[in-house]
Ligand binder design. Structure first.
Ligand code: 13P
Ligand code: ZN
Length: 279
């Protein structure tokens, strides 16, 4: 068996968590990541027959959440209450590799959570989001939640209407509309860690890769850790520019006509046409 700490998926996960912390998106235990791994790849590092312990999926009763579509799938996931700051220096305590058990009601721990830890409290929201995204894009592998500062600040001063929120972000950086042409879904403030917010997030994930949880943070989904990180990073940059300028008289803007030119140049067809005011 190879050393799992040398696996590419492990170093990618550690580097991503470290970057999220460095950027101030994940204070204390704020934020969580789940990364679906290839079973064959994991088998190079772990004996898949050896289950360290079984952990019930928090807050899940069958009528609320059905994770059975993910049965047998393996995820590298951050632990509940664990600090992003510490992931890179101690992955075996702060991360776990879990396999979704039969019926989707518990997970089998294959590695990690060394101090008796368990997956993030947002595990149901993550898994429901994986199911929703896989329905749209079979190559989706990552769901990421964090608390980026300016995105959150913007929630307090901007309308939470999806069209209006997305449009303001698109206006802030030339390439925003190319990076997230489908826009950003927005949920009102809801209690986190519940199956309700998980279901609402997953519903939005059918049409968005980015979902703002008002006054809490953001969810992103993508094929890779880099792609998902880049989506949140781009929203956060746009939100930062918004917050740096919102109180000042606006002299210039990127017009909808200009955004259309960008979409044409980058050959983007699947954008939210109803989020623009020109055809
Ligand atoms: P966990 O520590 O359970 O991952 O929760 C952090 C968080 O951001 C909740 O929304
Ligand atoms: Zn959170």
């Amino acid at each position: 068996m190879k050393d799992i700490l040398q696996a590419k998926f492990m170093s990618e996960m550690c580097d991503t968590a470290a970057n999220m912390y460095r950027l101030g998106w994940d204070e204390r235990n704020g934020g969580n990541i789940s990364y679906m791994l290839d079973g064959g790849e994991v088998a190079k590092y772990l004996d898949l027959e050896r289950v360290v312990r079984t952990i019930p999926v928090m807050g899940v009763n069958k009528e609320d959440v059905d994770l059975s579509p993910l049965e047998g799938k393996i995820f590298l996931v951050t632990g509940t209450g664990k600090y992003f700051k510490n992931v890179k220096s101690d992955p075996e305590t702060n991360l776990g590799i879990v396999r979704i058990g039969s019926g989707g009601e518990q997970v089998e721990l294959l590695w990690g959570f060394k101090d008796g830890g368990r997956p993030t409290s947002e595990f149901p929201a993550h898994m429901m989001s994986h199911i929703a995204r896989l329905g749209v894009d079979p190559e989706n592998r990552v769901v990421m939640h964090s608390h980026p500062t300016y995105t959150l600040a913007m929630n307090f001063v901007h309308s939470l209407d999806e069209k209006s929120f997305t449009h303001s972000l698109w206006e802030m950086c030339t390439e925003c509309i190319v990076v997230f042409p489908e826009g950003v879904g927005v949920l009102p403030w809801m209690l986190c860690g519940t199956s309700e917010i998980g279901r609402a997030t997953a519903e939005k994930m059918k049409s968005f890769r980015l979902v703002v949880w008002a006054m809490h943070g953001i969810y992103g989904a993508g094929k890779t850790l880099d792609e998902t990180f880049g989506l949140i990073e781009t929203v956060e940059k746009a939100a930062q520019i918004y917050m740096l300028t919102a109180h000042l008289p606006r002299k210039n803007t990127i017009k909808d006509e200009d955004m259309l030119k960008l979409l044409q140049l980058f050959k983007v067809e699947n954008y939210r046409k109803d989020f623009l005011d020109v055809k």
